[in-house]
Design a protein around this ligand. Sequence first.
Ligand code: 5GP
Length: 114
Amino acid sequence: MEETIFDKILAGEIPADIVYEDEAVIAFRDINPQAPTHVLVVPRTRMRSIADAPGKDIKTLGQFVQGIARTATALGLDDRGYRVVFNTGPDALQTVEYVHAHILGGRKMSWPPG
Ligand code: 5GP
């Protein structure tokens, strides 16, 4: 798989505004925020997108999901709530081919999403 910008952030080769990290994930602020709080959560284990999840072990996937929830807690979003988005493939406008969860919060969301 081709190296992505998130591989470089994980390797510490380019800077990011890291808000949470543990043994399984790293979470950093999106460079182009779409909400008052917009953070990306990336597992240390490489996947192209969430569509690769069936081929991954349950522990890795579980730690990824827990990392998303722990990041939201660290950001103080639990009381008001937040949205988690996995853009997957071209129709969803996925631009970085390294799986990442968007955590969006700090404002009232609308539905359906665009
Ligand atoms: P996608 O469209 O693939 O779901 O989301 C990729 C996200 O990565 C976009 O929201 C974009 O703003 C963000 N992004 C792209 N390059 C960088 C970067 O170098 N640093 C950070 N912090 N975010 C980035």
